[in-house]
Design a protein around this ligand. Structure first.
Ligand SMILES: Cc1cc2nc3c(=O)[nH]c(=O)nc-3n(C[C@H](O)[C@H](O)[C@H](O)COP(=O)(O)O)c2cc1C
Length: 334
């Protein structure tokens, strides 16, 4: 067994893949084509359910199954109003891995997923919450730093890895995400006690990704410093920051926050509805860029690793490069 297989063993056992390299769910991007390509190439693809209805998820899983020869997972957002119906759809299809994103799992959701026989993977934003999730019976954790694309927490990947891996790394498999663009970083996190990694940005420009050519072009041109976190403009309206390439849409988000904050002031919406409106705004803005190719006004969600995305390549080549870089790093270090 090679060193990388050895270090990834707990991750690959859990996922049933050749490599413990997850392609993190990306709304609009992580659909049947990319997800099946990742899994077929030995990684682990995850469908982004996002705001899909149970009927749409049902169809997307069926279509992915038709293309995939290996396991794949489904990412569900905890605040989805039909979360339990979505869990039922995953169960109906015998999905083996459900990733819960967007906050702590609501009461009964872990139990519902586990009752279907699926493994549950959750995001741990802090060590304390990671411990709580492990006690609640999650099968694996993802720790995602603020270098990542999309919705982000406040802490960097390197700090989260140091805080969480030494304590929880021996209890459940942990996948490190955020800012990973090359295999050397994968090797480093594996040596620190991770069982695998999750990448998003690096896979957006894969040949198999249906992202619009304009979206891919923006990624290929961008450098790390252009992937910036959104700014909260009103202290009364907490919005989760989103990392994306700077464009006219970045300004539009400021205006959107003002509009929603005003509605909050006048009592037209409550806090829950205000935050949901912000999330719907992001989903629409991302669709506009990923699907319609409007890279000026849509959202170009991207992580800082975007500077390391330099060509459109097939998924199998991307995975082979990452694994080769990681193997080389492990070989020269030991
Ligand atoms: C365009 C884009 C959309 C994303 N959408 C989601 C999503 O819907 N749900 C989710 O849990 N994570 C989402 N993410 C985060 C990824 O799943 C992954 O954790 C992240 O990209 C890893 O960091 P990296 O971008 O530095 O590789 C998204 C990321 C990107 C770049």
């Amino acid at each position: 067994m090679s060193k990388i297989d050895d270090l990834m063993a707990r991750g690959t056992d859990l996922l049933g893949s050749d490599y413990a390299i997850l392609c993190g769910a990306m709304s609009w991007v992580s659909e049947r084509h990319l997800v099946s390509a990742i899994s077929n190439a030995g990684g682990f693809g995850v469908i982004a359910c996002g705001a899909m209805t149970p009927e749409l998820l049902d169809a997307e899983i069926a279509a992915t199954k038709a293309l995939a020869t290996r396991n794949f997972g489904v990412n569900l957002i905890t605040m989805h109003p039909q979360l339990f119906d979505l869990i039922d759809i995953c169960a109906k299809h015998g999905i083996g891995h459900v990733v819960l994103a967007g906050g702590l799992p609501p009461k009964g959701s872990l139990e519902a997923i586990k009752a279907s026989g699926a493994k549950v993977i959750c995001f741990a934003p802090t060590l304390a919450l990671g411990k709580k999730l492990v006690r609640s019976g999650v099968d694996a954790l993802v720790i995602e730093g603020m270098e990542a694309g999309g919705h982000i927490g406040p802490v960097s990947t390197s700090v989260l890895a140091q805080e969480i891996l030494p304590t929880l790394g021996s209890e459940v498999p942990i996948f490190v995400a955020g800012g990973i663009g090359r295999g050397e970083a994968i090797a480093a996190y594996l040596e620190m006690g991770a069982s695998g990694v999750q990448l998003g940005t690096r896979f957006v420009c894969a040949t198999e990704s249906i992202a619009h050519p304009n979206f891919k072009k923006a990624f290929l041109r961008a450098s790390a410093r252009e992937a910036v976190a959104s700014v909260q403009i009103d202290p009364r309206l907490p919005v989760i920051p989103v990392r994306a390439l700077k464009n006219a849409g970045t300004e539009a988000f400021t205006a959107k926050q003002r509009e929603v904050a005003n509605k909050l002031d006048t009592g037209e919406v409550d806090m829950m509805a205000a935050q949901l409106e912000i999330e719907h705004y992001w989903a629409g803005a991302l669709r506009r860029a990923v699907i319609d190719g409007d890279v000026e006004n849509g959202s170009l969600m991207a992580g800082q690793s975007v500077g390391m995305v330099s060509a459109e390549e097939g998924v199998a080549d991307i995975i082979a490069t990452l694994v080769q870089q990681a193997e080389m790093a492990l070989h020269t270090r030991n």
